[in-house]
Ligand binder design. Structure first.
Ligand code: NAD
Ligand code: IPM
Ligand code: MN
Length: 363
């Protein structure tokens, strides 16, 4: 479908730990803003995760990639990670596997402060913290190229290669500039560590210098990643769009999430424009709170808003975001945000609020 269609098929992969607790809240919110005969959604759930891996030895089942690519419009994902799987093999196969095999080269991780009280930065307000991190999502240190030599001996050597292709670097940098242009954002910052990683990030430097020339109306700059980490805390208002490599994007997006209230609120999209894409909260499976019913579902709901926006359903996205904002303003929130509500209570509240916006549209 996509581009104006009115029915979407969504693959739901709740995964492990709190992934399985927050994802149903996002589905509930999506159900509240869709309906048969209007814009409608069909959800098909997949039980991929640690339990299945430990039970059957299966991570990403054979044929899964083609099935998702051909039969679904988008994937709503929770989190993977389980203390019983210390190798993290299932997460590597399923999550990184889908990012790579579906070629989801854009990892979009917005950082947006939804209420002044949620930032740990003194004197910062909503207007100061609103930026987008674009993380390259198919290359870099994540590709799994490397190996051991003399493993388990005193002379052991471990190698992990940082793989950067001209095509891969160019398409994510270009996407960042195009996003800025489309959204009338003035500033793009590319961040690398080219002063130390002269080969891999020398390529990022050369590509950035080339691509930025095509966007003279955009104020483009470069910061080394260590300086970016410092600057984003000192003054986050100086950033609109940040583009960086896979590993640095992972780190800077958690830092950004904390500036805007923490991991419980941070959404993300793993996107290949025009193809089946995967949407997940930035957080992991949080084994320290899993099973307690207190995980914040708002990051998952904001993730579902990113997903419907990707489908082109702008009003549904707005209703979901408005409902999340309202929960925060009413302080109807989980303990991580200073409240005392439980995951399901917050999920119900948000779905009911969103349903009212949907209902008033129908009148
Ligand atoms: P984590 O994101 O799971 O948790 C970090 C901290 O944030 C914990 O204190 C946790 O309680 C808190 N937190 C996270 N999400 C929250 C929410 N929705 N509500 C309230 N508090 C929340 O990171 P971790 O502890 O480093 O990793 C745990 C497991 O998750 C590991 O196996 C890791 O590999 C995996 N992981 C998976 C993903 C993913 O699937 N996308 C992302 C990150 C980590
Ligand atoms: C994320 C996670 C993953 C990553 C892990 C679970 C491999 O931290 O989505 O941010 O590093 O990409
Ligand atoms: Mn991460």
């Amino acid at each position: 479908m996509r581009n104006g269609a009115t029915a979407a098929r969504i693959a739901v992969i709740p995964g492990d730990g709190i992934g399985a607790e927050v994802t149903p809240q996002a589905v509930k919110a999506l159900r509240a803003v869709t309906a048969p005969g209007k814009r409608s959604m069909e959800f098909v759930e997949f039980d991929w995760g640690a339990d299945k891996f430990l039970r059957e030895g299966v991570t990403l089942p054979a044929g899964a990639v083609e099935m998702l690519r051909d039969e679904y419009d988008a994937i709503l994902f929770g989190a993977l990670g389980d203390p019983r799987v210390p190798s993290n093999q299932h997460a590597a196969d399923i999550l990184l596997g889908l990012r790579f095999k579906l070629d989801l080269y854009v990892n979009a991780r917005p950082v947006e402060l939804l209420h002044d009280r949620l930032t740990p930065l003194r004197d910062r307000t909503e207007k100061d913290i609103r930026l987008m991190v674009f993380r390259e999502n198919t290359e870099g240190l994540y590709v799994g190229v490397g190996g051991f030599f003399k493993k388990g001996t005193a002379d052991e050597i471990a190698v992990q290669e940082d793989v950067n292709s001209r095509k891969g670097v160019e398409r994510i940098i270009r996407y960042a500039f195009e996003y800025a242009r489309r959204n009338a954002l003035k500033r793009v910052c590319m961040s690398d560590k080219s002063n130390a990683m002269t080969f891999a990030h020398g390529l990022w430097q050369r590509v950035f210098k080339e691509v930025r020339q095509e966007y003279p109306q955009i104020d483009s700059r470069h910061l080394y990643i260590d300086t970016l980490a410092m600057e984003i805390v000192r003054d986050p208002s100086q950033f609109d769009v940040i583009v960086t490599c896979n590993l640095f994007g992972d780190i800077i997006s958690d830092l950004g999430a904390q500036l805007a209230g923490g991991l419980g609120l941070a959404p993300s999209g793993n996107i290949h424009p025009g193809r089946t894409s995967l949407f997940e909260p930035v957080h992991g499976s949080a084994p320290n709170i899993a099973g307690k019913g207190i995980a914040n579902p708002l990051g998952a709901v904001l993730t579902s808003a990113m997903m419907v926006e990707f489908l082109g359903w702008k009003s549904e996205a707005a209703w979901l975001r408005t409902a999340v904002r309202a929960a925060i303003h009413e302080n109807f929130v989980t303990p991580d945000l200073g409240g005392e509500k439980r995951t399901v209570e917050v999920g119900d509240w948000v779905a009911n609020y969103a349903a009212k916006s949907f209902g008033s549209k129908l009148k």
